[in-house]
Design a protein around this ligand. Sequence first.
Ligand code: MTE
Ligand code: MO
Length: 163
Amino acid sequence: MQPLGSARYVEFVTLADPQTMPGLRSNVLDWPYVEGLRLDEAMHPLTLLAFGMYGEVMPNQNGAPLRLVVPWKYGFKSGKSLVKIRLTDKEPRTAWNLAAPQEYGFYSNVNPDVSHPRWSQATERRIGEEGGLLARRRKTLMFNGYEPQVGQLYAGMDLRKFF
Ligand SMILES: Nc1nc2c(c(=O)[nH]1)N[C@H]1C(S)=C(S)[C@@H](COP(=O)(O)O)O[C@H]1N2
Ligand SMILES: [Mo]
């Protein structure tokens, strides 16, 4: 079926298989895990559908067989084990946004200037850096360092409101 001209968003629906996914027993979120992007975000060349990682086939826990990777957003935007990709005219509700709308917005762009209500997001530690949990903190970069590539997608938007 051809997408309609009114399509503005993409919804990503993921697998919820209680036989193989013990995490589904947690009721923090409503399953299946769902995520969404604006159409222009989804079409950006940095947005990946990934079948593998580090040159190997995608491991189950990282979202086999196919997952989303959106490198300028917080990791939870990257739905794993996708089973359905749906175009829609309305901003899709997302798993974390449904669970805690004041804490997790639709956009969830990495932004050191906009804190999560319960913690700062201005600094980070890098996985694999010497020191582990004691590794030195570094300043988090706007859009995770991809501002030159993706900043234009959000020109004129109040990123405090569209967090
Ligand atoms: N299908 C599915 N995708 C998901 C989740 C989930 O529970 N189910 N969790 C999200 C969250 S909260 C995070 S932090 C990242 C973790 O990705 P990783 O396991 O590759 O680190 O996956 C996201 N994608
Ligand atoms: Mo997470």
